[in-house]
Ligand binder design. Structure first.
Ligand code: NAD
Length: 480
């Protein structure tokens, strides 16, 4: 018999733990068992959280920057003190193994501390006896943060830290599939903040819609799918909310003919399969030069066979399960489509539907057509197309022939060729002979339908602010 579900999780509204009449189950994807119950927010819960955030805004915005920065840094310290609890909870609700949980939790701690050092100083544009003109920024007000299930902590932190540093108040809505870490984090830091500055509401997609339509919310910071991003933008238009949209991707990886197949294979593997390929920036189409195609494919297969898929809570697991049943159904469609069309599986291809937990085998598909669903869409799971190329201009065209433009990688020994190709790719981040290197000081965002706006760096910070010009006419006698 499994343990009773943990019902201790609550919304945090105006600094207080609050429940709702209705609750929803939270599953451990490695077992398929419910292990917690969370409240499901009503419209009234949202109204109360927004009212509290609105009331807290003037005081928080007027708090000196250095004080806000110190608090954001202290939130990082608080997370560090509880890191072990978060590592276990993240694995339980998301499925990711310890190494990935560490990347996310310790990354989040670093983000709080580094974003806390950022600021947008006033610029003096003119300072003459006659006139002073200043360019400065002001906070927006109440911000709604809507978070997906693949990196539930880190992608919330990418929103919380800059929002608070710049003087906004925020309501965080985690994904209904992974609400626990975010509810816990917001609860854990309440004593560091005035009530209402940072709230969390657990709820379903309806709550997301209400947030995007709420008249007293000034901005939506959203990470999720391109399809949902379109809904968010449409809904935000009614009240002209600011939006930052971090959306889906179909990142190409281009492998040049001069690589050593054995050396590059593990790197390509992890570029594609890290976080069980439930990664916006996963390499999702691998274009391998004809000269090395067979060798790289074979090395990828050989390496993939060594990778341990299992319950993330077990010490030797390297890849966990699919996070939720909806996503499992979606990923299964790609397996079925490849089978129905007779594409060749270089590895994997069959999902064991009897398995306990929501597991899918690492699957490599050998040179499917460019217009196959697997190549053209975003599967967001561990099934990867390997494709051949021979002409540089043609592979660049194919890499760019997509509505998405989130990330891209190029792998090769000839650094001039690597950079030449990389600079022609239409993507917000182009990694050359590396991948998934992020920094709080490096701008991150999507081109084309992978997003609007940016997170991280001073560009990301500025998205939580209005621009304001303050012009003072000092001419003696100008007004009296
Ligand atoms: P999703 O779009 O289904 O859900 C994201 C969030 O939006 C959830 O909290 C959900 O409850 C909420 N939501 C759903 N419908 C809504 C609506 N109509 N209005 C407002 N909110 C709504 O995405 P997901 O399945 O949780 O995440 C996977 C997707 O996110 C993938 O496409 C992936 O590429 C993308 N992603 C992008 C980035 C990035 O930074 N660009 C990072 C991670 C994930």
């Amino acid at each position: 018999m499994s343990a009773p579900a943990d019902t201790s999780y609550s919304h945090i509204i105006n600094g207080e733990r609050t429940g709702s009449e209705t609750t929803a189950p939270v599953y451990n994807p490695a077992t398929g068992q419910v292990f917690a119950e969370v409240p499901v927010a009503t419209r009234n819960d949202l109204d109360r959280a927004v009212a509290a955030a609105k009331a807290a805004f003037p005081g928080w915005a007027a708090t000196p920057l250095a004080e806000r920065q110190a608090i954001v840094s202290a939130i990082g310290d608080r997370l560090e003190e509880h890191a072990e609890e978060f590592l276990a909870l993240l694995t339980a609700e998301q499925g990711k193994p310890r190494s990935m949980a560490e990347w996310e939790v310790y990354g989040s701690i670093a983000w709080f501390r580094e974003i806390a050092k950022q600021s947008l100083p006033e610029e003096v544009l003119e300072d003459t006896p006659d006139r002073k003109v200043i360019s400065r920024t002001t906070p927006l007000g109440v911000v709604g943060a809507i978070v997906p299930w693949n990196f539930p902590i880190l992608l919330a932190v990418w929103k919380i830290a800059p929002a608070l540093v710049t003087g906004n108040t925020m309501i965080v809505k985690p994904s209904p599939f992974t609400p626990l870490c975010d509810l816990k984090l917001v609860e854990l830091v309440q004593d560091l903040l005035p009530p209402g500055v940072l709230s969390a509401l657990s709820g379903d997609d309806e709550l997301g819609k209400w947030i995007t339509a709420h008249p007293d919310i000034a901005k939506i910071a959203f990470t999720g799918s391109t399809e949902t991003g379109r809904h968010v933008m449409a809904s935000a238009a009614a009240t002209l909310k600011r939006v930052t949209l971090e959306l889906g991707g179909n990142d190409p990886a281009i492998v040049l003919p001069d690589v050593d197949p054995k050396t590059v294979a593990p790197q390509i593997f992890w570029a594609a399969f890290q976080n069980n390929a439930q990664f916006c920036n996963a390499a999702k189409r691998i274009y391998i030069h004809d000269d090395v195609y067979d060798a790289v494919r074979d090395e990828l297969v050989a390496y993939a066979r060594t990778v341990v898929v299992g319950d993330g809570a077990l010490a030797d697991t390297q890849l966990g399960p699919i996070q939720n049943l909806q996503q499992l159904a979606k990923v299964t469609e790609y397996f079925d489509d490849c089978t129905a069309n007779g594409y060749t599986f270089a590895l994997g291809g069959t999902i064991d539907t009897e398995a306990e937990g929501w597991f899918v085998p690492v699957t490599l598909v050998d040179n499917p057509p460019e217009d196959s669903r697997l190549v053209a869409e975003e599967p967001f799971g561990p099934i990867l197309p390997l494709l051949k190329w021979s002409d540089e201009a043609d592979v660049i065209r194919r890499a760019n022939d997509t509505i998405w433009g989130l990330g891209a990688t190029v792998w090769g020994v000839d650094l001039e060729a690597v950079e030449r190709i990389g600079r022609q790719l239409e993507a917000g981040t182009v990694w050359l002979n590396e991948v998934h290197e992020y920094s709080p000081h490096q701008v991150f965002g999507g081109h084309k339908q992978s997003g609007i706006g940016a997170e991280n760096s001073l560009h990301g910070l500025a998205e939580y602010t209005n621009h304001q010009t303050v012009a003072l006419n000092r001419t003696p006698g100008a007004v009296g």
